[in-house]
Design a protein around this ligand. Structure first.
Ligand code: NAP
Length: 242
């Protein structure tokens, strides 16, 4: 697998899974742009961009800046995501809106912004090079989860969007797939009490939470030409949990 010569944008790159994806794509040879609301530096990144993914003018300006600097965009990883958990009956409008706006609207905005430049990517021989979009969904976007109406709806939406984008852009060789992580050791799961973490781990056939590298490795494969005939798929990386 080599990403030599490819330009990648990774959202939610300031820490956790996103930072690991930046490192992995860069190690495979890609020029990587790291995006988050607050990101000063990021290991492996050629450029950092402070962007709120839910704001369409910031997203469009970011993609424009990447094209101006690097001339192209071949890979987009929509990884930025947040949780605001609570039971449905008590969930506020703003907790619903914030999670949907960042996780789902943000994925739509970045996908829309890169779709035209990706469709225009052509090789020296005129071959349609297209691009690869990888969306970070979640196991709970497939199964549902009590206390996460906003988050599960956003991730279920990301999965449906992935399949639609694959159908709309496939003829131009722009692929779109999703990775659905299970429980990954990160700031998001650090919030869980220890006894809950133990209970969850006991339900995972591989007996452990995943690492950020487990996710980054799968993303790098989907971003690369090694997965050239894979599109519209949701790859579960969850230790066999579901
Ligand atoms: P994390 O450590 O909380 O990092 C989230 C990243 O998203 C940060 O870089 C954050 O940076 C960025 N972000 C948040 N809101 C943003 C916004 N409006 N605009 C731009 N960037 C924004 O989360 P993680 O655990 O690495 O999760 C990464 C992705 O994996 C998420 O989509 C999450 O839903 C998914 N996931 C995680 C797990 C898990 O177990 N950890 C499981 C399944 C799925 P700023 O705050 O600086 O903006």
């Amino acid at each position: 697998m080599s990403l030599e010569g490819k330009v990648a944008i990774v959202t939610g790159a300031s820490r956790g899974i996103g930072a690991a994806i930046v490192k992995k794509l860069a190690a495979e040879g890609a020029t990587v742009v790291a995006v988050a609301r607050s990101v000063e530096s990021c290991e492996g990144a050629a450029m950092c961009q402070k962007v709120d993914v839910s704001d369409s003018s910031q997203v469009d300006a970011c993609v424009k800046a990447v094209i101006e600097k690097f001339g192209r965009v071949d890979i987009l990883v929509n990884n930025a995501g947040v949780t605001k958990d609570g039971l449905l009956m008590r969930m506020s409008d703003s907790d619903w809106d914030q999670v949907i706006n960042i996780n789902l609207r943000g994925t739509f905005l970045f996908t829309r912004a890169v779709s035209r430049p990706m469709m225009k990517n052509k090789g020296a021989d005129g071959a349609q090079l297209g691009g690869s979009i990888v969306n970070i969904a979640s196991v709970v976007g497939i199964t549902g989860n009590a206390g996460q109406a906003n988050y599960t709806a956003s991730k279920g939406g990301v999965i449906a969007l992935t399949k639609t984008v694959a159908k709309e852009l496939g003829s131009r060789n722009v692929r779109c797939n999703a990775v659905a992580p299970g429980f990954i050791v990160s700031a998001m799961t650090d919030k869980l009490p220890d006894d809950i973490k133990k209970q969850y781990a006991a339900t995972i056939p591989l007996g452990r939470f995943g690492t950020v590298e487990d996710i980054a490795n799968c993303v790098a494969w989907l971003a690369s030409d090694d997965s050239a005939y894979v599109t519209g798929q949701v790859i579960s990386v969850n230790g066999g949990m579901v």
